[in-house]
Ligand binder design. Structure first.
Ligand SMILES: Cc1ncc(COP(=O)(O)O)c(C=O)c1O
Length: 379
């Protein structure tokens, strides 16, 4: 039974929506992007949404619109997909990493306070795996310290803490719609904000620096970060099914939790009162009986029988280009490194059946036992 790590949730509704666009002459800059933006603003509880070609493009625009540049430091997490730190490098600022909370896997808010210097301009906070834990506290800290908070909400579309939606924290949030995300546009992203000027700047940045309607008048240096009508139509159909899509993902997460809850070798995602994850991936953690290398062997065992899995996330500060540029080294962020060596993303998508979940769990349990038997002499 081959089971992929992720799979988009595409129905005839999405296929029809994309085909419909192809029957029109407007394949870019048209009504679909406007409607998709309006729908995403609503999901995030924001006044504005600006569609862009990827989450990375959205983060890049957000850094520029926030006025981050040369000589600035930006506080962020080392436990994320690289784009959350790369956007800081794109504007020639310095990422200052802060270690993570071992429960939520998001930045440890107490450590953020200690990392602030006179050069700190902004904070890029990530809801890792769709978990919004700590965001309320981080927003309060950013306000008190007069720092711009940008939410890398690329993994959290549709999640919330109490009444607050993921994407509604700080000055702006950025979503991503790659096919492994909760909803997809193939490639795509969305910047959400309540700030009129910030939104207008992002609109100009994504459209070659145009601030008005005239095609060859460029008021500032910009990019082609537009999202086509084809992508937007797909996104619009997906966001129209958001409740159903998120409910399916919650169902699969619940199946995993029920099946693995009693496994004494695994640490499952931490669920907190009032914190509603938007399930992006299902990541389990090996406990202390395992050495870091064990996780890679267990991943291999799963892959050998056709089960997709991955090591979400290797620490960003230990990626070769970061080591070369900043001299970062193992031991710099011990909680992140400890967690990163033991996390394992299992197959996760809305259409997974109970039988598939059971097969993944049984195979995983066998791989765990096999690893521990190999160590027997040590215990
Ligand atoms: C935390 C985080 N930030 C940024 C991105 C970048 O999004 P994209 O792949 O659409 O550029 C991703 C996507 O994987 C992500 O998970």
């Amino acid at each position: 039974m081959n089971i992929p790590l992720a799979q988009p949730d595409i129905t005839q509704r999405e296929i029809d929506a994309v085909v419909d666009v192809l029957h029109t002459p407007t394949l870019s800059i048209g009504p679909r992007i406007a409607a998709f933006e309006e729908a995403c603003a609503k999901v995030a509880g924001r006044r504005h949404a600006v569609g862009v070609s990827s989450g990375t493009a959205g983060l890049h625009c957000a850094m520029i619109a926030a006025g981050v540049g040369e000589g600035h430091e930006v506080i962020t997490t080392p436990f994320s997909f690289v784009a959350s730190a790369n956007c800081i490098l794109y504007v020639n600022a310095k990422p200052v990493f802060v270690d993570i909370d071992p429960q939520t896997l998001n930045m440890d808010v107490d450590k953020v306070a200690a990392a602030i210097t006179p050069r700190t301009k902004a904070i890029v906070a990530v809801e890792v795996f769709g978990h919004p834990g700590g965001m309320i506290e981080l927003e309060q800290l950013a306000q008190k310290q007069e720092l711009t908070l940008i939410e890398d909400a690329c993994e959290g579309f549709g999640g919330h803490v109490g009444e607050r939606h993921i994407g509604s924290f700080g000055r702006a949030g950025v979503f991503a719609f790659y096919p492994n995300k909760q909803i997809t546009t193939g490639e795509g992203g969305m910047i959400v904000t309540d700030d009129d000027t910030f939104a207008a700047t992002c609109r100009a940045l994504r459209n070659q620096g145009r601030e008005g309607m005239e095609w060859l008048a460029h008021q500032r240096l910009g990019y082609n970060y537009r999202l086509s009508e084809i992508n937007a139509a797909l996104g619009l159909a997906q966001v129209g099914r958001l409740e159903e899509i998120l409910a399916n993902r919650r169902r699969v997460a619940q199946l995993y939790i029920e099946r693995l809850m009693t496994n004494r070798y695994l640490i499952l995602p931490t669920l907190q009162d009032d914190t509603h994850m938007s399930w992006f991936v299902f990541v389990v953690r090996l406990n202390d009986l395992f050495d870091p290398g064990d996780r890679d062997q267990i991943m291999q065992d799963l892959r050998d029988v056709g089960i997709g899995c991955n090591n979400y996330f290797p620490p960003i500060h230990l990626q070769p280009y970061m080591v070369e540029r900043f001299g970062s080294k193992p031991g710099d962020f011990p909680v992140c490194e400890y967690v990163a060596a033991r996390t394992l993303a299992l197959p996760f998508f809305g259409q997974m059946t109970a039988r598939q979940v059971n097969h993944v769990c049984t195979t995983l349990e066998k791989a765990l036992e096999k690893t521990l038997v190999g160590k027997k002499g040590r215990f």
